[in-house]
Design a protein around this ligand. Structure first.
Ligand SMILES: [Zn+2]
Length: 584
């Protein structure tokens, strides 16, 4: 069977995206041949080049470089969350604006290489590398998806690790670098800055890369992912590792440090024990205090990681309070930047999530509701649904109503709601073993809590609307108007004043081992499947290069590399520094 498919042609102009033009899409006629159940896709009209998307292009206006750069990402924060957070602050007598407000300067369209709605991994990867990528990709060149690609994708570059803004700041400019997050450290957004893999869930390949980046600060969660090998590396590199010790964290003064406060992600800001877990603002301030000691300046990425998680859970009070905790960290960063006079701060989400709205279709005349009606109930919630679930999980049902009222002010839990709670799939109180087929208690609590508010959700996943952009630059060279995620990378590259542009740096630090060691005796030792080792022999010399680390061994003597080595099983290739060849 043989058929020819012509992709849809578009009437609209796509110049505003700098994506494949309608003409090129039209030209992408593909012949799909089905034989013996195998589908072969043959591209009849070749792509001109990947140059359009993976080449250095300056930002659309002049940007004067600054010594320091801070990028702040409220993960998955839709504009409805921002508006609600502002009203929430006002209603609760905090302040009537957010720290981002004076600096909002535009919007960003943020998409994957082959789909308009972005996943966390490819979206921040694009901010960091300049190349849109596919769902789950962490700072690598995407696989071509000819039928759906929105940008030119060169199939020969598939899986190629791409140098990031963090790596460029560290290697080319000898700046200090750091990450501050509220998720576990190898989660998508921090990984996008400091690791490379096609699958964000492969922590075994991502976590060691982050440890071996020799970053100056890494604050957040994820003790679970620290291995004995990583601890040994921290020791060799004089990197202090602080595990669940707030006092030791507060005593940090200088040097390199990792401070993690949970096995996986940190608790939500609202549920956090402030005597054990620092706020995002405090971690940001500590990072700035330490990074600013470096004479060459620094690059710092701060993520409000769990705004996104509460949006996935449709937990309205979680979205609002997580955003406010992030915004407080923005306040600290802007204060630092203004005092310092040589720091740029760029604040932008990576994508929308869940269609969060203030106003919901099932509420009559909600559009006339007073601020008191809109915000009274949510303002009484002192735990997220997840935090409340944790408390209820070990309680007998007879205490449920009292505890719910204590933490939310809700005193009218109906019998139907109560039944749903005790029948939650994950509820296993010792003397109450009835396990229902209902959703987890967290989801039941979300329903109970949201029902008494005016917030609406259209999904439990990411959404494709554009996100806000805010920035501070000492000479006001901020990015403006509506931007693509690729343009954000151009702006970040320019504000760092990179001499070696990212595509050039990629060639230098992520060359294919088959090119670097062509003609040599090369073997791959896969005894440890999590950490294959490339072994290259030349006369008396043996060079051993383990994957996902920044160290190699020449005749068993350790050599420090200034970048991480990446192994991709899909290509069977090591991607490593071009100049390693000189060692042999
Ligand atoms: Zn995200």
């Amino acid at each position: 069977m043989e058929l020819v498919v012509t992709l849809a042609t578009f009437n609209q102009k796509y110049d505003c995206f700098n994506l494949l033009t309608p003409h090129k899409l039209h030209m992408k006629k593909m012949m799909i041949t089905k034989r013996n159940g195998l589908i072969l896709i043959l591209i009849l009209s070749g792509f001109s080049a990947f140059a359009q998307t993976y080449n250095y292009v300056p930002y659309k206006k002049e940007v004067r470089p600054t010594k320091n750069l801070i990028v702040m990402i409220p993960d998955g924060a839709s504009i409805g969350v921002i508006s609600s957070a502002r009203w929430y602050k006002y209603y609760n007598g905090m302040e009537n604006c957010l720290y981002i407000d004076p600096y909002i300067c535009g919007t960003v369209s943020t998409f994957s290489s082959n789909a308009p709605i972005g996943d966390s991994a490819p979206t921040t990867s694009c901010y960091m590398t300049g190349m849109p990528q596919q769902t789950a990709n962490v700072a690598i060149y995407p696989l071509a998806d000819p039928e759906n690609d929105l940008v030119e994708v060169d199939p020969s570059m598939a899986y190629q690790p791409l140098a990031t803004i963090l790596e460029a700041a560290k290697m080319e400019q000898k700046k200090a670098v750091g990450l501050v997050v509220t998720c576990e450290f190898p989660h998508a957004t921090p990984a996008d800055c400091a690791a490379h893999h096609y699958n964000r869930r492969n922590y075994k390949s991502i976590a060691p890369q982050m440890a071996y980046q020799n970053m100056d600060v890494m604050f957040g969660g994820g003790n679970e992912h620290i291995t004995a090998d990583m601890l040994q590396h921290f020791g060799a590199k004089d990197i202090t590792y602080i595990k669940n010790d707030l006092q030791a964290f507060r005593n940090l003064k200088k040097g390199k440090a990792w401070a993690l406060f949970a096995e996986e992600a940190l608790p939500y800001h609202l549920d956090r024990n402030p005597n054990e877990v620092p706020s995002l603002k405090e971690m940001t301030q500590k990072a700035l205090e330490m990074l600013s000691l470096h004479e060459n300046g620094f690059f710092l990425m701060v993520e409000g990681s769990k705004i996104d998680w509460s949006a996935h859970a449709n937990d309205a009070v979680g979205c609002i309070t997580e955003y406010i905790a992030f915004d407080d960290a923005v306040g600290a960063a802007i204060e630092f930047a203004k005092k310092d006079g040589n720091t740029t701060v760029v604040i932008l989400p990576d994508h929308g999530n869940s269609g969060f709205t203030l106003g919901r279709y099932d509420l009559k005349r909600y559009d006339r509701a007073s601020i008191d009606m809109l915000f009274r109930n949510v303002s009484k919630y002192t735990r997220t649904a997840e935090g409340l679930e944790k408390i209820l999980m070990d309680e007998n049902p007879e205490n449920f109503r009292r505890i719910i009222e204590q933490y939310t002010g809700i005193n009218d839990v109906s019998d139907v709601e109560f039944e749903a709670l005790i029948n939650s799939k994950n509820y296993h109180a010792e003397d109450y073993m009835k396990v229902g087929e209902n959703p987890n208690m967290n989801a039941v609590l979300v329903r109970i809590m949201n029902k008494r508010t005016y917030f609406g959700f259209t999904s439990g996943g990411h959404t494709g609307e554009e996100v806000f952009l805010a920035a501070y630059h000492p000479q006001d060279d901020v990015p403006t108007g509506r931007n693509t995620n690729m343009e954000i990378n151009q702006y970040l590259s320019d504000v760092l004043g990179l001499q070696t542009k990212l595509p050039e740096l990629t060639k230098q630090i992520f060359a294919k081992h088959t090119d670097v060691f062509a003609g040599y005796n090369v073997q791959i030792d896969r005894k440890n499947p999590d950490c294959p080792v490339l072994i290259v022999k030349n006369k008396q010399k043996t060079l051993e290069i383990p994957a996902f680390k920044s160290v190699a061994y020449l005749n068993k003597q350790a050599i420090d590399l200034s970048s991480v080595v990446v192994y991709i099983d899909k290509t069977g290739l090591f991607y490593l520094p071009e100049n390693l060849k000189e060692k042999l």
